[in-house]
Design a protein around this ligand. Structure first.
Ligand SMILES: [Zn+2]
Length: 252
């Protein structure tokens, strides 16, 4: 059995997918569990490079913006078209109302989907155990209800910002994290994007205040290129990477 936590980056881009560049989605695996964290457009196909989706333990959705949740209909189509059902009802966590919104999108009887998923709604401080992993969700600062996530196997901590501007919840969820995957969807000087997103500098400041060991920037504003984002964050945090599709990060 695999020990420790592994993050595989399925996609990072915003606001829409591009060739070979899915939107936000991350596969996080730990002892006996595999969790899809955010399901932006293109990520469900990308996931299948790494994992038979029947082995998914859960899906966790930060918020209902299309670049994070747009592949839920693809997941639903997989669940609805697997005969007999691919797996026992799939655990899916998301903001209030996510199942209704997904059901409204589908042409099929919504009750059929309800049979295929075990739906849960997130609240601030929501805690759940998936396999050996403990997941704690925190309400973060965004233009719609949005959550960040702290995942631990008891030894290692992986934190994810979801989409969020700088806020206390980010430093709480990333406290002493081994790896803090933090969005940087805002560009310095673009006041429209703030306070709903972090700039690379904001992400670095959050990571520094949280004493996170490594900062992995993701979801960069299309206005900021990778070397610039890294450089801007490195002025505040000593250990900065930038997530890219296919990147694999092992903790432990
Ligand atoms: Zn986003």
């Amino acid at each position: 059995m695999h020990i420790g936590l592994t993050l595989t980056v399925l996609g990072t881009v915003t606001p829409y997918p591009q060739p070979d560049q899915p939107c936000s989605g991350y596969l996080i695996t730990g002892p006996g569990s595999a969790i899809l964290v955010d399901a932006g457009p293109g990520t469900f196909a990308e996931l299948q490079r790494y994992l038979d989706p029947r082995r998914l333990s859960a899906i966790w959705i930060s918020h209902m913006h299309p670049d994070h949740a747009g592949d839920l209909p693809a997941v639903a189509n997989w669940l609805l078209n697997s005969t007999p059902p691919a797996i026992p009802p799939l655990l899916i966590y998301g903001p209030a109302g996510w199942l209704e919104r997904l059901s409204a999108f589908l042409p099929s009887d919504p009750w059929l989907l309800a049979d295929r998923v075990q739906a849960h709604e997130l609240t601030d401080g929501h805690i759940t155990q998936v396999g050996e992993l403990l997941l704690t969700s925190y309400a973060v600062q965004h233009s719609v209800p949005s959550f960040g996530l702290r995942i631990t196997d008891g030894q290692h901590v992986l934190a994810y910002s979801g989409d969020s501007g700088p806020c206390e919840a980010l430093t709480t969820l990333a406290r002493h994290a081994d790896l803090f995957l933090c969005e940087a969807g805002a560009a310095e000087g673009n006041s429209l994007e703030r306070p709903s997103h972090c700039t690379p500098e904001d992400a670095a400041r959050m990571a520094q205040q949280a004493s996170a060991t490594q900062l992995l920037l993701t979801h960069l504003s299309p206005e900021v290129d990778t070397p610039t984002a890294r450089q801007q964050a490195q002025a505040t945090h000593p250990n900065v990477g930038v997530a890219r599709r296919g990147g694999v990060y092992r903790l432990g």
